[in-house]
Write a protein that binds this ligand. Structure first.
Ligand code: AKB
Length: 317
């Protein structure tokens, strides 16, 4: 039985990953950690500890006391926030990752951390972006993600640590809101559709980015961690995606359910520049071939599910 320690457990991915892992492996086998405590299922339905990931000593202590054999390191600043404070982003994203890798090496744990489409840059092929290609990102977040991919590969090659990772696209979810990402518009739009019937997008019409619904993202993490290591040619990190769309297409998908929904545009130059530097659509073939990556939600199916779930959460008709 796995004993899994998760950092950043109250973040957008962590909040739902914890529930999924506790259902798969047993609540007592999943230790959720985060820098803050916000009462929720994450903190109440299983073990929870406060952890600042820059505190290597406490991370080591918690992992040892829990008897963890798997580390899922999710704590990180997203792209737009990292751009606002690059030095802090470097210290948190790289310092936290280094600590998590070292603790995992010392305790011989299996290791997962997400990379991102942000690991690509303007010189990367924009269409059908290959698994192995040019990675010269122009954002601090991207620099962190490429460095992280290299560092995780280094720990695998040098120390034999079982490191695995994916390059997540924008993740769309209805539990915890993302904070400080470039793709966040694709979550906000559903909230605003239900709350106000309209949305003003900070990303320009015609800007394509890869996206995926959270249930598919969580399944991808579990499937990759369970994959036969002999079949993995790559490790850090696999391209994964479910769909690529631009703002008017997600608006059109919402209009199929809410015909009066309206979209307008007021472009934020910082987040637009980040989006422009990322691929339009990445190629997940390596993930499919090496560990059977698959998705179940396309744009319209996701829209129906998002609106149904958010209606209940926001108590709107
Ligand atoms: C962001 O927009 O920063 C993230 C990501 C694609 O890594 N959602």
């Amino acid at each position: 039985m796995k004993k899994i320690m998760v950092t950043g457990a109250l973040g957008q991915i962590g909040s739902e990953l914890i529930t999924k892992l506790r259902a798969e492996y047993g609540a007592e086998n999943v230790l959720a950690t985060d820098i803050r405590r916000i009462e929720s299922d994450v903190t109440e339905a299983g073990p929870f500890e406060i952890l600042d990931v820059t505190d290597a000593k406490k991370m080591h202590q918690l992992a040892t006391d829990f008897g963890a054999d798997t580390m899922m390191h999710m704590a990180a600043l997203l792209s737009a926030t990292a751009e606002e404070n690059p030095v802090f982003a470097w210290n948190l994203n790289m310092g936290g990752l280094m600590n998590a890798l070292e603790v995992s090496r010392e305790l011989d744990m299996q290791f997962f951390t997400p990379s991102s489409i942000g690991a690509f840059g303007p010189s990367t092929p924009k269409q059908n972006t290959p698994q192995d290609t040019l990675q010269r990102p122009t954002t601090m977040y991207g620099v962190n993600k490429v460095s992280g991919e290299l560092l995780c590969d280094y720990y695998f090659e040098r120390f034999g640590l079982d490191t695995r990772g994916v390059r997540f696209p924008g993740l769309i979810s209805n539990v915890a809101k993302p904070g400080g990402g470039t793709t966040d518009y694709a979550v906000e739009i559903y909230y605003k559709a239900l709350e106000e019937g309209k949305y003003t997008s900070y990303i320009a019409e015609g800007t394509y980015m890869d996206m995926m619904y959270m249930p598919d993202a969580l399944q991808a993490i579990v499937d990759l961690m369970e994959a036969d290591p002999k079949k993995l040619i790559h490790r850090n990190a696999f391209n994964v995606t479910a769909m690529s769309f631009e703002p008017s297409q997600i608006a059109a998908s919402i209009q199929k359910v809410m015909p009066n929904f309206e979209i307008a545009y007021q472009v934020d130059p910082v987040r637009q520049a980040i989006a422009d530097s990322w691929p339009d659509a990445i190629d997940p073939t390596a993930a499919k071939d090496e560990w059977g990556f698959k998705t179940t939600y396309d744009l319209d199916k996701m829209t129906v599910d998002m609106l149904e779930k958010l209606k209940i959460k926001l108590a709107v008709n």
